[in-house]
Each structure stands twice: as structure tokens, then as C-alpha cells.
Design a protein around this ligand. Sequence first.
Ligand code: FES
Length: 140
Amino acid sequence: MAKVKYTKVMKCADLEIGKSAIIEVGDKEIALFNYKGNFYAIDNTCPHRGSPLGEGRIEEGILICPNHEWRFELKSGWCPQNPELSTEVYPIKVRDEKIYVRLEKPKIEEAAGSTPNTLPTDLKVNIPTVLKPRNPDEEL
Ligand code: FES
């Protein structure tokens, strides 16, 4: 059985609770959040007009776009204003204090239970371009 590929993107210690990072992997930009001690990865490009979701704030698990304040559920990418504009989320695994993101959708025969692979050689990762407090009013 083929393994599901996870790409190592950064160390857990480099993304403190309440902070975010925008990570370039190949031609994708992914917004990575540490929200209340859990990591979430979501497409950085807002499906409304393309603003960087990684610069948005989070309220009660809802990511709010910094531009027109459209909302996306952090876990699922679901957009309450317009479900047709839902954005992509990426599964995450944490191993050995490092964060791994699954960038590709698994093929049907690739079942759960696989372990993270090392960084594929054809992908380039730029470590965080944004690191700032998220919504300091919210208790983390
Ligand atoms: S660009 Fe995100 S809500 Fe408009």
C-alpha cells in the first residue's frame, strides 16, 4: 500500500500559540495557525478576492479574512456566507516536535495509518513570513 505523503514544514516551537505563518510550498501558499495549541493549515488565498488568510484573526474557531471579513471554519474551510467559496484545508500531523502537512489528496487505495515522509525534493518550503499575535483579546 502506498504511503500518504506529509511534508515537514516547520518546528512546533517556531509557531507559538496564537501565531500564524504563511508557508510557500511549490506553487501553493498555505496559512498555518497555532490556535489554542492545535495546528491548522488552510489555503492562504481567500476565495473571495485573494487576500492572505494567514493574516486574518480567529474567533471561536472561525478564521476571519483581513480584507472583507468573510469567515471560514478553521477545521473544515467551510464558509458560512457562501458554502460555494469554501477554502481548502490540509491535514496535519505532529511528529518529533515538527509539523507535517499533507498537501496532496490521498488516492483511494492510500488508507490512513501511514507515517510522515521526509520532505519531497521537488518542493520548496519557505519558513514563516508572518508571525504576529492573533486576536489578543481571545483567551488562548
Ligand atoms: S478577500 Fe477575503 S473576504 Fe474579500
